[in-house]
Design a binder for this molecule. Structure first.
Ligand code: ZN
Length: 154
């Protein structure tokens, strides 16, 4: 059984699937996401955490992402989905609210975070990542040799 911690303030809790996905990401990011759910005014699920290179390549070839050098590959990124009335919603204002909760959580635990919604060329509302600068990849040879970019790295 997966322990499900319900937040007494907003009643939001992660499903077993969301918790499992969080298990593959960097502990600082996982902690931030868990705290953000407690602070959030919008319920959300963890759609994706760590991603295989095979899957990244598939997403890249389909045009769903613009990079093969994603922070998802190393578990430094998550995609969060707004959960309203029993279904996922993609309405932009919901993601601004999730971002507010993430920024609050980030400040509280003193861990930096970047929101894909702040990117200029390819806005990615569900995407949150630990910055390359503060969280470099320890074993770059394991990843495609594409130079890190400061945006569009979803
Ligand atoms: Zn993402």
């Amino acid at each position: 059984m997966t322990a499900i911690q319900s937040n007494p303030q907003n009643g939001f809790f992660f499903s077993a699937r969301s918790q499992e996905r969080l298990g593959g990401v960097h502990p600082d990011l996982a902690r931030m996401v868990r705290r953000a759910l407690q602070l959030s005014s919008v319920d959300f699920a963890v759609l994706e955490g760590r991603r295989s290179l095979e899957r990244q390549t598939l997403l890249y070839e389909s045009g769903a992402t613009r990079t093969l050098n994603s922070r998802h590959l190393s578990g430094h990124a998550v995609d969060l989905g707004a959960w309203v009335g029993g279904s996922l919603r993609w309405d932009w204002p919901l993601y601004e609210k999730i971002n507010q909760a993430m920024q609050l959580a980030a400040m509280e635990i003193a861990v930096p975070v970047e929101w894909g919604g702040d990117w200029k060329s390819f806005k990615d509302g569900p995407h949150f990542q630990l910055p390359w600068g503060e969280y470099p990849i320890l074993h770059p040879s394991r990843f495609p040799s594409v130079a890190p970019q400061d945006e569009g790295v979803n």
